[in-house]
Design a protein around this ligand. Structure first.
Ligand SMILES: CC(C)(COP(=O)(O)OP(=O)(O)OC[C@H]1O[C@@H](n2cnc3c(N)ncnc32)[C@H](O)[C@@H]1OP(=O)(O)O)[C@@H](O)C(=O)NCCC(=O)NCCS
Length: 202
């Protein structure tokens, strides 16, 4: 357990500020979390009332911070403080050094590259801070925009876990994607310092 007031550090990108959630975020977040277009391919259902959004902040986000998990991050468009989505990386299997990336964005903000920008920042933070060997992401089959986001971030498609998710009364196929530590390092190496294959026979 971390001190009760531990929070993930704020991250900034050219357009966004990613910061920890507070209970004051419930009202503006509810306006987006209530949208069934947003939840079409998510594990969580569209929020029916603001209390559900408050529970997300209070019973999920703040508990994660209490564990020392830097997730979920509130996504805001600088300098507007209102949250327009969430993203972050958490341990899927710590003994195996595997983390998982998750994200969602409010519908009015789709198609501007914002989630790719946000996820790039949380990936950089999570690889640097926690050093996982593997970052994975799961996408319910049919969520083409999400698969495209992962491709833009350098993730590889590993295949489909057929009917592995029971959701809303039916089984869904789930696509598994991953990005390995050395792939991330090679993709983000400064120009002129690309990772080279190790010399052999030394
Ligand atoms: C998936 C989601 C996060 C994408 O956010 P976004 O900010 O629009 O993403 P970006 O703009 O960075 O990139 C989207 C890409 O998908 C592409 N795309 C969008 N709809 C698509 C579709 N139906 N088929 C194929 N590609 C599609 C876009 O053209 C873009 O690719 P490009 O940059 O090569 O043109 C957003 O739609 C969302 O929050 N959806 C609801 C929640 C969700 O599904 N979360 C993910 C769960 S795994």
């Amino acid at each position: 357990m971390m001190p009760h007031d531990w929070r993930p550090p704020t991250l900034t990108t050219p357009r966004l500020t990613l910061r920890p959630f507070t209970t004051a975020d419930a009202a503006p977040l509810f306006e987006h979390a209530r949208n069934p277009n947003v939840t079409r391919f998510t594990l969580w259902d569209a929020h029916q009332c603001i209390e559900e959004t408050l529970a997300f902040v209070h019973d999920y986000a703040l508990l994660r911070y209490r564990e020392g998990t830097a997730e979920p991050y509130a996504i805001t468009v600088t300098p507007d403080p209102r949250p327009i989505g969430a993203c972050g990386c958490f341990w899927a299997a710590q003994p195996h050094q595997t983390m998982e990336l998750g994200y969602w964005l409010a519908e009015p903000f789709w198609g501007q590259g914002l989630i790719t920008e946000a996820c790039h920042a949380v990936l950089a933070f999570s690889f640097a801070e926690y050093g996982p060997e593997r970052m994975q992401a799961r996408v319910i089959e049919g969520n083409h925009a999400s698969a495209r986001v992962l491709a833009k971030l350098g993730f590889r498609d590993e295949g489909t876990l057929r009917r592995s998710l029971f959701r809303r009364g039916k089984f869904d196929n789930v696509r598994m994607f991953s990005l390995l530590r050395d792939e991330w390092a090679a993709a983000t190496a400064p120009a002129g310092k690309e990772a080279r294959p190790e010399k052999r026979g030394r």
